[in-house]
Design a protein around this ligand. Structure first.
Ligand code: FUB
Length: 350
């Protein structure tokens, strides 16, 4: 079970060994979804704040209220905070907890996709639109129909189709939707309704988006991850199975689905020949960072590949006060990503 708070770490040593430093330090930021629009990098992170909300395994302490867009000319240049892009009070259907967002561009318009709890305490995914990648974004009056859970990641395929990958277990409520309807029993327990350890793991979801990017064209499907023997990963396989933080990118014509393993704190990936999978488990991309959560995105910029991620080093280990970072990714000759250790010669124990 996760502990809130400060891990017992020498933060001076950790910061010296860290492979990268926070991109911005004047606010806490997390869950970075990075994109290149018009040759520039735009990062859509969560904006972490401390509201005094008590820590629990439902993630109630992640009580974020708005989004800021961060922009950079290149992965090594200064990161600029473009101020508030969307505020929870401006979203008619959303009450609280603006968790990990993503964005997409189509025909010169920019779409911010974001999860938040509605007034029934159910996570839904909304869309807000702007003429600028930095916002301000104008929200739709209702969430996407048939959307649920958290952590939307929107991927544009080469044929111009857009897909949303999403979902997260425990506080992300994915396990409450197993029958297709939201299960309200044991509402205070993040562990109720999970599959047994020997059963196939709960899957992230994928749905193709309509041409206007405002709705799903289909009911969301399972993103199945299989092992080397073609069997779906099991719920008890906590070092490999999906927990939250979906991302999709394409490398050499293959589809790479990456995600967090939650309580074991890895970012892992699995590969398929099409956007729906099944995906074959490949390996870890990122070893555990300081803090409980791990979340990422993967971006190509001028022919090089980068991992945007976060840790809680700036807040000295406070779970819900994180900072976004970036580092380079390398692929081997077989298209496998070399596992990254976020702190040279220092392992954060999961
Ligand atoms: O930021 C709130 C939640 O923490 C995100 O939605 C999860 O992916 C985790 O990073």
């Amino acid at each position: 079970m996760p502990e809130d708070s400060i891990q017992h770490i020498n933060f001076d040593e950790l910061n010296q060994k860290a492979i990268s430093q926070p991109l911005v330090k004047h606010i806490y930021t997390a869950d970075p979804s990075a994109h290149v629009f018009n040759g520039k990098i735009y990062i859509y992170p969560s904006h972490d704040i401390d509201t005094g909300e008590a820590f629990d395994d439902l993630g109630s302490h992640f009580a974020m209220e708005d989004y800021h867009v961060i922009s950079m000319d290149s992965p090594t240049s200064e990161a600029k905070d473009n101020d508030i892009a969307l505020q929870v009070n401006d979203v008619p259907w959303a009450e609280k907890q603006m968790w990990a967002p993503d964005a997409a561009e189509k025909d010169g318009k920019y779409y911010l996709f974001f999860p938040a709890k509605d007034y029934d305490g159910i996570f839904r995914i909304g869309v807000a639109i702007s003429d600028s990648p930095t916002g301000p974004f104008k929200p739709q009056s209702q969430p996407i129909q048939k959307s649920f859970s958290i952590d939307p990641a929107v991927f544009k395929d080469d044929d111009g189709s857009y897909y949303m990958y999403f979902g997260g277990i425990w506080g992300g409520q994915l396990q409450r939707w197993r029958t297709g309807k939201f299960n309200t029993e044991n509402s205070e327990s993040p562990f109720a309704h999970l599959p047994k350890d020997v059963e196939p793991a709960l899957c992230a979801k994928v749905a193709k988006l309509t041409d206007d990017l405002l709705e799903f064209v289909e009911d969301a499907k399972d993103v199945i991850i299989i092992d080397e023997n073609g069997k779906p990963l099991l719920q008890g396989d906590t070092e490999r199975r999906f927990f939250e933080a979906s991302w999709m990118h394409k490398y050499n014509g293959k589809y790479y689905f990456s995600y967090s393993t939650g309580e074991t704190h890895f970012i892992c990936y699995a590969i398929a020949d099409n956007p729906y999978g099944p995906f074959i488990y490949a390996d870890r991309i990122l070893n555990p960072v300081v803090g409980w959560t791990s979340h990422h995105s993967i971006l190509e910029f001028n022919g090089e590949w980068f991992l945007f991620y976060h840790d809680s080093s700036l807040s000295k280990g406070v779970t819900h006060l994180r900072s976004i970072k970036v580092t380079k990714i390398e692929y081997d000759e077989n298209g496998l990503i070399k596992t990254i250790n976020p702190y040279n010669d220092l392992k954060v124990l999961s």
